[in-house]
Design a protein around this ligand. Structure first.
Ligand code: KG4
Ligand code: ZN
Length: 339
């Protein structure tokens, strides 16, 4: 099957071409530079950029894959969740492309695509080696623990009750005067900081449930900076705060993920979403899984942040197993939660 996939749920415009479980091309145009001027994603600007970039990105994806649209067998697009004015652009473009070529169209849940992205190795879906797992999805807007019982069969065990882990990185970075998005910046500065310099709280780390809460951690950093304003005047002090905050976030994510895996009785852990780029999270998950004899699959860094490749791989898998196509007149589902 030859399938084109479109992703425009937030601030990345992306189009991919997938054939029989292989990503032939995946072009991503990021708007990070544009939004960083404003310290966060501005919906109107995101919409304008998606409109401006979608066609050139699509043409480049088709060219790199060396295909014509007439060769396509199906079209997919992210249906939700995400920013409504951003989602609607890719989704309706996908519907229009499918309609004009008389092809099946399928709307994909963005989180479900993240969920299966660790199974993509070197651009190829490795779902044949699938095994039941506990999956950690950590992005800018969501933090979730999911029990994946079987391929395309999963249940959400817990999620954040307030800020997501990525949001906590971004908001803390803002307090420290660092550019948006804060996650990569904190990751970089934390490398030369002391993770034990400050004992920031690890919210809900010992709780028996699988939910997360990160807003208290962000608030404690705010109070710390209010009470120690000299911190912002020293590069090393900023690095120490970065390292200590990162260590608190990573401790919570790793401990809760491992505990869920032990409780549920799976032998495999997977992780995906933008925060899975974080070097400390990758290292600590590797260390913990090695210690407890668990298999670990981390999404490849280029598949952690938003991309249409993961949308295409999931869409093709769904169509191949006989899932019904999405109505050509269907609307976006901006608040579509993973079941
Ligand atoms: O999955 P994603 O690209 O977009 C959403 O679907 O939200 O995730 C973006 C989030 C941002 O909060 C960003 O700061 C965070 O991922 N992020 C990181 C790193 N790289 C990206 N957080 C910590 N360390 C990183 N290296
Ligand atoms: Zn995402």
């Amino acid at each position: 099957m030859l399938l084109a996939a479109i992703e425009t749920s937030c601030d990345e415009t992306s189009v991919a071409v997938v054939r029989d479980g292989l990503i032939l091309s995946s072009v991503v145009s990021s708007q990070i530079k544009l939004h960083s001027e404003y310290g966060g994603v501005v919906p109107e600007l995101a919409t304008r950029e998606h409109l401006r970039n979608l066609l050139p990105v699509a043409l480049e994806a088709f060219q790199r894959a060396n295909i014509q649209t007439a060769d396509l067998n199906a079209v997919a697009a992210t249906q939700g969740p995400g920013l409504p004015p951003a989602l609607v652009i890719g989704f309706q473009a996908g519907q229009a492309l499918a309609y004009s070529l008389d092809l099946p169209f399928i709307g994909i849940n963005h989180h479900e695509a993240h969920l299966y992205s660790p199974w993509i190795r070197d651009g190829r879906a490795a779902l044949d080696s699938f095994e039941p797992n506990i999956s950690l999805i950590v992005s800018g807007g969501h933090t979730m623990l999911v029990h994946v019982r079987d391929e395309l069969e999963h249940v959400v065990l817990g999620s954040t009750v307030d800020d997501a882990a990525g949001e906590c990185f971004d908001k803390t970075a803002k307090l420290l005067g660092l550019p948006y998005p804060g996650g990569p910046e904190i990751d970089r500065l934390a490398q030369s900081g002391n993770p034990r310099a400050h004992d920031f709280p690890r919210p809900m780390i010992k709780d028996a449930h699988d939910d997360f809460s990160f807003s208290g951690l962000k608030t404690s950093v705010r109070y710390f900076l209010r009470d120690h304003p000299q911190t912002l005047g020293s590069d090393q002090s900023i690095r120490d705060v970065c390292s200590s905050v990162q260590s608190a976030i990573v401790d919570v994510l790793v401990q809760k993920t491992l505990r869920a895996a032990r409780r549920v009785g799976v032998k495999c852990i997977t992780a995906s979403g933008g925060v899975t780029c974080n070097s400390a999270l990758r290292t600590e998950l590797q260390r913990a899984c090695a210690k407890h004899n668990l298999k670990l699959l981390l999404a490849e860094p280029k598949l952690c942040t938003d991309n249409a490749g993961m949308i295409g791989i999931l869409a093709e898998r769904k169509l191949q197993r006989g899932d019904s196509a999405t109505e050509i007149t269907a609307d976006i589902r901006a608040s579509w939660m993973l079941g």
